[in-house]
Design a protein around this ligand. Structure first.
Ligand SMILES: [Fe+2]
Ligand SMILES: [Fe+2]
Length: 173
C-alpha cells in the first residue's frame, strides 16, 4: 500500500476543506441571497453580530459537523440558515409588542416565515422549530441534525456574545 507523505496529506486536507466550503455555499446560496433572508442583516442579534451573521455561523458549523458525521449536511446548513428568521429586533421586541417570551415563541415565527418562501424538508423544519431545546422542554429535536443545531446555536451565540465583551475592553478582533 502506497503511503502518503506529510506534504501530500496536508494538500489533501486543503483540497477537502475547499471542496466542503464550496459545497456549503452551493447548499445555502439561494437562501443566503434571498431578499427576505437578507433583511436579517438589519437586526442585531448576539454581540456585534447581526441575525444574518449568526445564521451563517450556525449553518456553517451544522454543515461541517453533519458532513463529518455522515448526516444530511445540506439540510443542516439550510435549516441553520433559516433557524432565526423571525425578522425583528428582539432587544426592542417586548417593548413594542408586549411579548415577553421571544425565547419561546421565535422558532414558530421563524418556521412560519421560512415556509412562506422556501420548500422545507422534515429535517429543516425540525431544525427551525426545535432549535431552542431545552429552553423549550417539550420540543425535543426529532433528528440528529436538529439536535446538533441545539448545540451549534448555543456555541455560536456564546462566541458572538463574548466577542462583543472582548471588543469593549479593547481586546477583541
Ligand atoms: Fe433562535
Ligand atoms: Fe440562533
Amino acid at each position: 500500500m502506497e503511503m502518503l507523505n506529510t506534504t501530500e496529506i496536508a494538500r489533501e486536507i486543503c483540497r477537502l476543506r475547499d471542496e466542503w466550503k464550496l459545497d456549503f455555499w452551493e447548499s445555502i446560496k439561494d437562501i443566503a441571497k434571498h431578499p427576505v433572508v437578507l433583511r436579517m442583516k438589519l437586526y442585531p442579534h448576539h454581540g456585534n453580530s447581526s441575525c444574518y451573521d449568526h445564521c451563517i455561523h450556525v449553518a456553517y458549523y451544522n454543515y461541517q459537523l453533519c458532513r463529518f458525521l455522515g448526516l444530511d449536511a445540506r439540510s443542516a446548513a439550510r435549516g441553520g440558515m433559516l433557524h432565526d428568521l423571525f425578522l425583528y429586533d428582539w432587544h426592542t421586541h417586548t417593548k413594542r409588542t408586549g411579548d415577553h417570551f421571544h425565547g419561546l415563541t421565535h422558532p414558530r415565527t421563524a418556521l412560519k416565515n421560512a415556509r412562506k418562501f422556501f420548500d422545507l424538508n422534515h429535517i429543516e423544519e425540525d431544525i427551525i422549530y426545535r432549535h431552542m431545546w431545552p429552553v423549550t422542554p417539550f420540543r425535543i429535536p426529532h433528528t440528529m441534525e436538529g439536535f446538533i443545531t441545539t448545540c451549534t446555536d448555543k456555541y455560536c451565540g456564546a462566541c458572538e456574545t463574548s466577542r462583543r465583551k472582548g471588543r469593549k475592553k479593547g481586546r477583541g478582533i
